[in-house]
Design a protein around this ligand. Structure first.
Ligand code: GUN
Length: 284
């Protein structure tokens, strides 16, 4: 039976550390502040934003929510980002994805000041991730690396397989595993013979957003299986890409959904906000 990696517990330890650092900044008269923009009524996005605000509350970061109607214009959205860029009391800015189809998300991300881009989505920060010298950490992939580190697992020399090639997870995840000297394969919807590739993985990261995509026969005995996805099953319950009940019997380590990668992503966002504050206020 696999060891279950408890993301909730690891994240809560990280949040305690952030809380202490925020406290120290406040004692110096600096109040960290994260601005979160949400456009429209996507129910999942609303939950994510609510959780991010709750995390801010836990660690003592001031949070500002800008909840804009679905018919917001591109100019209104871009103008809001520019206003927040120029507001010295705001240290971090994020726009919850997805935004309504009539809006140009790329332009919105490109408008966020790279120094306040706590999601690390701006091309400047993506470039830094590629080189490996960035200030901001890509939240979900770094959360995964933290989970591995916590369990004493290194990617060095390991066969790492990432399913999914999104800009938010798959691509940066591959770069972080590579930076740790893993041998990385990226799979996606056009990949042929997926099971053949995944069976080779010592570390398998699943971020496809397809429920029950990864079954026990696709997993090597003792492998580390990280499930990043948040899907809903027929009863409306949260689930990942991995058939947890069956894969748990084969894997060496496994992450649950919920309570796995999700809380780690959120904790890294708080860390990134702290980094933004330190860089903008020249604290160390
Ligand atoms: N939508 C899904 N994940 C994320 C994330 O990490 N950041 C933002 N801004 N939107 C998301």
């Amino acid at each position: 039976m696999a060891k279950i990696i408890d993301g909730k517990k690891i994240a809560s330890e990280m949040l305690s550390e952030v809380f202490m650092e925020v406290k120290a900044l406040k004692e110096k008269g600096i109040e960290p502040c994260l601005a979160v923009i949400i456009v429209g009524d996507d129910p999942a996005s609303k939950v994510y934003v609510k959780n991010k605000k709750a995390d801010c509350g836990l660690v003592g970061i001031r949070s500002l929510e800008f909840s804009l109607p679905a018919d917001t214009t591109q100019k209104e959205l871009v103008d809001l980002v520019k206003k927040l860029n120029n507001d010295r009391s705001v240290h971090g800015i994020l726009c919850q994805s997805p935004i309504p189809k009539h809006l140009d998300e790329k332009e919105v991300i490109n408008t966020i000041s790279p120094e306040k881009d706590v999601d690390a989505f701006h091309p400047v920060n993506v470039g830094h991730i590629m080189i490996g010298d960035g200030a901001f950490l890509p939240c979900t992939p770094t959360g995964v690396m933290e989970m591995l580190r916590h369990e004493g697992i290194s990617a060095e020399g390991k066969r790492c397989v990432v399913i999914g090639r999104s800009n938010i997870v798959g691509k940066p995840m591959s770069l972080l595993l590579l930076a740790q000297n893993g041998t990385v394969t990226i799979c996606h919807s056009k990949t042929k013979n997926l099971p053949e590739i995944t069976r080779d993985a010592d570390i398998l990261v699943c971020a496809a957003g397809v429920r029950n995509l990864v079954t026990a026969d696709m997993v090597k005995e003792g492998a580390v299986v990280i499930d990043v996805s948040m899907n809903r099953n027929d009863e409306g319950k949260l689930c990942g890409d991995v058939d947890f009940a069956e894969v748990e019997k084969v894997a060496g380590y496994i992450t649950p959904v919920p309570g796995g990668v999700g809380p780690m992503t959120r904790a890294i966002l708080m860390k990134n906000t702290l980094t933004a504050v330190k860089n903008l206020t020249k604290q160390n």
